[in-house]
Design a protein. Structure first.
Lengths: 395, 395
């Protein structure tokens, strides 16, 4: 398992020690091909679906138990986010196949496409599998970049066939995902396994602030309508709003794109990426309304929601199973919400789903400094193995 | 002349009515090819030099009189900035060739490469012709883009041969440039022709503000080191500095580039483009020192000067010639400094140089709204024609 993890970490490695495998990029496709080879070596039937999800399946009777995560990363992200869950899930399925345990239920390991939303919105692959992808997802794009449909075509996929990725829910028994925590809680408690109770909802917005392009050498500063100056003020105000809000809301301005972006031209347009997260839908609505009112203060400015990812409680049945397995193995656990979004929240809207966290050093993620000691991976993987085995033989 | 101007304006036209002909782009090269055809039709000997400057020459005896401007634009800029001077200059040379006037001096019309500095620093082509380009110009690049040398290779030029573009000063008698004012002065005075007394100096800087990449869903806002939040503050502070300075300094923050730039990652790096302009070298030094002290307040932040374009007085001899020609034609003029940089300031450091301005509606430039009524072009072109004719026959 560790060798596989390291082989994946080498694909898309950046000079600063991070990993860049944007969804559908050559690096991401290479990682999928490597994982597909391992799945075949483990005796699984392997296929890519119409959304670019990679699926390895061991047949059985009744609905399938699915273990999933993703192999794509944010730009210059870490090696653990996503890849660890795919490697651990593959290990679990392979062990169960080899040990002839759990041969009642079909078992699947899935590497989801574009969990990070590099081209439009996150959890694209799982949303396609659960029938949640519409045309706006395919036409969507990041500011100044290609739409997702064009990116998919570049990776050899035909976006109009996206509906073929959809799975029948009757064929699906449960979904499990192991993932790094990406926060500081488990490390600070000294507990090796987190059991996720719910996943926060996420709203993402693009805010467009207009200005007027002028020659910067001949137009007095006081006479300008400078889109970047207004955007800079908005960044400050959004930060102050988040600092004043109760602990149930978190947010980010992750990028600003300036047009025309030349040294000697007064900025004519700034586009801000704004994200809010909360376990409470009402808090997300309040934040969205506040953002709309902020934007309304700037004539001509617009705000558009590009993603509404609903929060999702995890399955009480599966969470109890994970707890009882951990107890029997003598592994300490901590129940906690997830501030990060995951494919598990998409699955959880349709199928009983559960998530395990392993500790992140310093709570750092989406960064080259992302790290989990290998001895901190094993307890989580053990709980996952035994829970899936118990569920597969119980049915 | 007007038909030629309109043919050029159609090359690189944007949906919003602007023009994008970034230096060395297919659109810019297409504009050069069209101008080259006109130069050949006018009976000129035409060549591209090693820097990508397009030169049309009518031979004669003694040093040459050069008329120049440029055909590249800023992103989504206007149709007049640069192109008007090339079209007017070509018209002047063609008339003098056809009318067999001024056959004593060689005459040249030059479309300079990369005046706007789309790839590194401005007035690249004229600096190459006057021997001011060093290796750092070729390795320089805009944040996140290719270095100039790679862009040149993409346009079929070999950057290591840049030295071949250099001209002997003994072969150069005078330089003239007609350009739109890009400011509101001539329009507000109701005067059709500006005669430029001096051109401001320009210093350009890249400021790098570091932060720490963190998962934005799991890292509390108060605990972040957010590069974009710090950059937003710097943008405000730079604006306040410029508003408080005496009228001899102007500046701009034209772009900010954010890494990694994802919705769900705390920004780890922001790079700001900062420009200062002044006719006084001491004011530029003060502004640069102030910027260094601002950057010093942020641990790990760096500032690098990417361009120092010295200001330049225009030739008193040629300015007097323009004044006297205008007076004899009954055309009112206004003497004024130029807040914008031009190839004329590079020429002016080596060769007697002069500039004519024609009015810009609303003072707008570097924008799709850039406009000069055609009747406002004619007086400036007449002054240019008669001044060049007088100089060519006087020697």
């Amino acid at each position: 398992m560790r060798e596989r993890f390291q082989a994946l970490a080498a694909i898309g490695k950046t000079p600063g020690g991070g990993v860049t495998r944007l969804a559908f990029s050559p690096a991401a496709l290479q990682a999928h091909r490597l994982a597909a080879r391992w799945m075949e070596e483990a005796g699984l039937r392997v296929r890519d679906d119409a959304a670019g999800n990679l699926i390895g399946r061991r047949e059985g009777t009744g609905p399938a138990i699915v273990i999933g995560s993703h192999l794509d990363t944010v730009p210059d992200g870490g090696a653990f986010d996503g890849a660890l869950g795919v490697v651990a899930g593959l290990e679990v399925v392979q062990r169960l196949v080899e040990e002839k345990r759990g041969d009642a239920s079909p078992l699947e390991i899935v590497a989801h496409a574009d969990e990070e939303g590099s081209h439009h919105a996150g959890t694209f692959g799982s949303r396609a599998m659960l029938g949640e992808v519409g045309e706006e997802d395919l036409l969507g794009h990041q500011p100044g970049r290609e739409p997702l449909a064009a990116v998919m075509r570049g990776a050899g996929l035909e976006p109009t066939r996206i509906g073929q990725a959809r799975r029948e829910r009757t064929g699906l028994r449960a979904y499990f995902e192991l993932h790094i925590e990406q926060g500081p809680v488990l490390e600070s408690l000294g507990i090796p396994v987190g059991i996720v109770t719910s996943i926060v909802g996420i709203d993402q917005y693009l805010v467009r602030v207009p200005g007027q392009a002028r020659h910067a050498g001949t137009t007095p500063v006081a006479a300008r309508d400078d889109a970047l100056v207004k955007a800079a003020r908005a960044i400050q105000v959004i930060r102050e709003f988040l600092l004043m809000r109760p602990a149930d809301l978190i947010g980010n301005v992750g990028s600003v794109s300036v047009s025309p972006g030349a040294m000697n031209v007064v900025p004519a347009e700034a586009i801000l990426s704004v994200e809010f997260r909360s376990a409470r839908a009402s808090s997300l609505d309040e934040a969205g309304n506040w953002l709309v009112s902020l934007v309304a203060e700037h004539p001509g400015a617009t705000v558009r929601r590009t993603l509404r990812e609903h929060g999702c409680p995890m399955s009480a049945e599966l969470t109890a199973l994970l707890e009882s397995v951990a107890r029997s193995l003598g592994i300490a656990t901590h129940q906690m919400p997830s501030g990060a979004g995951h494919d598990a929240q998409v699955w959880g809207r349709h199928v009983p789903a559960a998530m395990l966290f392993v500790p992140s050093r310093g709570g750092i993620s989406h960064s080259p400094e992302e790290w989990t000691d290998w001895e901190d991976v094993i307890p989580g993987a053990d709980v996952l193995l035994n829970a899936v085995a118990a569920l597969a033989t119980a049915d």
